[in-house]
Design a protein around this ligand. Sequence first.
Ligand SMILES: *[C@@H]1O[C@H](CO)[C@@H](O)[C@H](O)[C@H]1NC(C)=O
Ligand SMILES: *[C@@H]1O[C@H](CO)[C@@H](O)[C@H](O)[C@H]1NC(C)=O
Ligand SMILES: *[C@@H]1O[C@H](CO)[C@@H](O)[C@H](O)[C@H]1NC(C)=O
Ligand SMILES: *[C@@H]1O[C@H](CO)[C@@H](O)[C@H](O)[C@H]1NC(C)=O
Ligand SMILES: *[C@@H]1O[C@H](CO)[C@@H](O)[C@H](O)[C@H]1NC(C)=O
Ligand SMILES: *[C@@H]1O[C@H](CO)[C@@H](O)[C@H](O)[C@H]1NC(C)=O
Ligand SMILES: *[C@@H]1O[C@H](CO)[C@@H](O)[C@H](O)[C@H]1NC(C)=O
Length: 800
Amino acid sequence: MDLPLPFLLIFLGFLPSSAMSQGNISLGSSITATSNGSVWESASGDFAFGFKEITDGAFLLAVWFNKIPEKTIVWWANGGNLVQRGSKIQVTRDGRLVLSDPDGQQFSIAVAAGNNVSYAAMLDTGNFVLASENTVNLWQSFDQPTDTFLPTQQFIKDSRLLARFSVDNYTNGRFKFILQEDGNLVIYTTEYPLDSVSSSKNAYWASNTFGTGYQLMFNQSGIIYLIAQNKTILQTISSDTSSTANFYHRAVLDFDGVFRHYVYPKAGGSSSGEWQEAWSVSASIPSNICTAINALVGSGACGFNSLCQLGDDQRPKCQCPRGYSFLDPDNEMSGCIQDFESQSCIKNSQDKDNLFDIYEMENTDWPSSDYEKFVSVNEDWCRDSCLGDCFCAVAFFGDGNCWKKKLPLLNGRIDLSTGGKALIKYRVNNDTVPPGVENVIPNPKDSDDATLLLAGAVLFGSSVLLICLFLIYSYLKRTKSKVQPQSIQQPLATAPGMNLLRFTYKEIEEATNGFEEEIGMGAFATVYKGSIQFENRSLVAVKKLDKVVEADKEFKNEVSAIGRTNHKNLLQLLGFCNEGPHQLLVYEFMCNGSLADFLFGNSRPRWYQRMQIAFGTARGLCYMHEECSTQIIHCDIKPQNILLDDSFTPKIGDFGLAKLLKTDQTRTITNIRGTKGYVAPEWFKSMPITVKVDVYSFGVLLLELICCRKNFEQEAEDGNMVLTDWAFDCYKAGNFKVLVEDDEEARHDMVQVKRFVMIAIWCIQDDPSMRPTMKVVTQMLEGAFEVPTPPDPTSFITVI
Ligand SMILES: *[C@@H]1O[C@H](CO)[C@@H](O)[C@H](O)[C@H]1NC(C)=O
Ligand SMILES: *[C@@H]1O[C@H](CO)[C@@H](O)[C@H](O)[C@H]1NC(C)=O
Ligand SMILES: *[C@@H]1O[C@H](CO)[C@@H](O)[C@H](O)[C@H]1NC(C)=O
Ligand SMILES: *[C@@H]1O[C@H](CO)[C@@H](O)[C@H](O)[C@H]1NC(C)=O
Ligand SMILES: *[C@@H]1O[C@H](CO)[C@@H](O)[C@H](O)[C@H]1NC(C)=O
Ligand SMILES: *[C@@H]1O[C@H](CO)[C@@H](O)[C@H](O)[C@H]1NC(C)=O
Ligand SMILES: *[C@@H]1O[C@H](CO)[C@@H](O)[C@H](O)[C@H]1NC(C)=O
């Protein structure tokens, strides 16, 4: 046993000793597959091992989360094959785990080396083990993972996850996540139905840690990271720092090929039944699987001839083009077959051109199915050429080029990054299309509208809100029970399911030891370090407002608006004090200080860390602008206001204060709230202040992250003093390298550097309407689509 022992000691230490015997299963014990059959629970009851009924009378031998209604399965045996009612699993006297079917036929599920097994146990980590008398795990399910990776589990080289076939079919699917012998962590499509991969199958995601990757860890802080042999962290794969004390975590290579990190609030936090509990996704890799898979062979994300599009819920959706329908109507990933007879290649008078027609789909392509390319032609030519060619199933037209494509069509996708249009050939006047198939054929009108709407959303940044609605929903579901007071007075209920603590001034004085340790000072507040007795959090940052907000009610309203926000990239407000002249806000304490210290300190932070900080900050801002119940404009985004937690996850601080301090954000104002160097030009003009001021500041911040320097540097060479100007000059000259001089890591990633600089230039446009919304910025950062060429930031002079 590697890591779990110390962890177990801590974990079990909290439990009453009577419950512990639940964990040990003595030799000879068995359980039988029946609808009301018994299971082997872990000591805490969080996990259970046993037979889970999947369909009527058919059972899967599995481990699952036992305290939540979904009973989510995290491990299974027997290759995902179901067994009949009456089958039995036994820990034999000689220490093996044996499955027998009702006819008495036996299969070994686990055999430990040696003859030393003295008991089996379902551990509270989700690990099922066969252990020796001195509690050494001789066999453990953690070493034989199926599709799920749990906290405390470790991946050594050659460990892999294999996706299941579909939501409720646990046999092998088509995707594989593996830490290869060469140190690279990769996700592949397999040579289904085999689980092998070959070099002709490109990975669709990779950590690019050849030679250095050694182990993949999932620790109790909810962080999945890759380490080198000397234990240095090479890459953070996913991080959700919702405490494992209050949330269940799991990472799964889902059946759709996406590796997702999920969290679920543990029960007992709130008594109100109105907050439906559910797994929410905190990371998806890759962010868009539809465009990520580009292998030259294989059936891709959705199967042959099919089209993949990321849905509003950020999950891939498969659909068939016009004239095609699902091979297996119950499985949308099965691929599509033609409903019509293909065009004959034998010349006869009957098969005229007009028997076939073209159906157009914008932003649609099957990029790996070309057999012919024509340059400098027009669309009509492309269309006629495909109609007249019996080999042509689809043509793709874009930028004056025409590609002809053959069956089966591979890796189809509908995505704005595709551009151009697909011209799909189908047979007209053939009523052999079986009834019911029509509703899977995209209605031309609908799909055009959808494309337009999406294009509109991206171009004009409007109504992106819709796209994000599901996110609000999933965050709302997580807002409960994050902080639970142990020794403090009645919490002030400000929203269903959420508690903010109300402190007396005296309590805060005590907590901060008489405001002893000052850790920061702003224009309107001083910040002190304090310590308060919480369940699992003791250090806090106390912000003492200098300017007092007069109306008591207003203070409460604003504080509860801030308190209602819940996003991993926003600093969490824990409580407040509002007593006469004393107005204080109590936040979680961030042990890694501010981004300013990190970025402009002595040692240069790693390039990937800076990229992660850019992603996180963008997501936090996007949440404030578009996903909160009341929109929040920050007005003062700068590195001093971005704080870093113990895993360097960025958290935006001081948000909501602009409003609290009575700035009327929507109308023209004369007082400049922001900080010089980061403020958008509209503050100096008589223009309304909108969320776009934050986009501007983010652009400046992004350049600082790329270049590891302040926006304004007196000592810099002539012309380089102002980073925003210098960056645009470099962009115009096409010279990105000078921006990251002596930064080895960034210089090895110039494609990314260039992309980030272009995004930053979009953000710092003088004209606010030219700047993208934070949602679009986030998508561009994540590579959801190509970054268009940005104009000169000063080229649009707004006359008002
Ligand atoms: C399980 O259910 C069956 C009938 O469905 C019943 O005969 C049996 O006694 C039950 N066993 C237990 C342990 O409740
Ligand atoms: C089993 O136990 C014996 C004696 O306790 C020991 O010598 C042997 O190495 C053990 N075998 C394994 C595989 O652990
Ligand atoms: C399980 O059995 C082993 C060996 O008898 C013992 O050392 C251990 O304390 C037991 N664990 C629990 C949780 O009862
Ligand atoms: C699961 O999918 C495989 C592959 O299509 C199929 O052979 C098997 O019958 C399915 N199992 C169940 C229980 O549906
Ligand atoms: C640890 O190993 C990594 C990768 O091999 C290397 O880049 C790093 O410098 C090493 N760190 C130390 C402290 O040896
Ligand atoms: C998890 O890993 C992160 C990154 O190495 C580290 O900061 C954190 O302390 C770890 N948590 C635990 C509980 O080990
Ligand atoms: C439609 O296609 C089927 C073959 O799929 C063919 O047998 C039938 O004759 C066609 N009908 C018409 C009207 O072309």
